[in-house]
Design a protein around this ligand. Structure first.
Ligand code: 5GP
Ligand code: ZN
Length: 107
């Protein structure tokens, strides 16, 4: 998606503080952190939001991998507790329309 900021981060055409990357996910620091640690877990596949998940294309498994990647990076960072949050659609607070999981922690 040409006009998607997260697709541009995935393509490295704009920079990010990436902390993890594999074949289908990237995790980078949120530019405007709302907690001491604020990461975004982002699939490389452009899916606008949770409402657009397609189970026939395996998106259910993809969301599972997002949650597990968040768990793993939180463990690596020695975070004792954290919040995992999806904002869904404009009225749900979503601003960037490329699906992402917020990982928020103060310690
Ligand atoms: P949303 O409200 O859509 O769930 O969250 C989007 C998040 O993306 C916000 O917390 C915002 O600070 C973050 N964000 C927006 N643009 C950029 C960017 O260019 N780089 C990074 N690292 N984060 C961004
Ligand atoms: Zn995108």
């Amino acid at each position: 998606m040409d006009d998607c900021i997260f697709c541009k981060i995935i393509a490295k055409s704009i920079p990010s503080e990436t902390v993890f990357e594999n074949e289908d996910l990237i995790i980078f620091k949120d530019i405007n952190p709302k907690a001491r640690h604020h990461l975004l877990v982002v699939p490389k596949k452009h899916i606008p939001m949770i409402k657009d998940l397609n189970t026939e294309e395996g998106d259910g498994d993809l969301v599972g991998r997002m949650v597990l990647a968040a768990r793993d990076i939180a463990k690596e960072m020695n975070l004792s507790g954290y919040q995992l949050q999806f904002n869904v659609d404009k009225s749900g607070g979503q601003v960037v329309f490329h699906i992402h999981l917020h990982l928020l922690s103060n310690g």
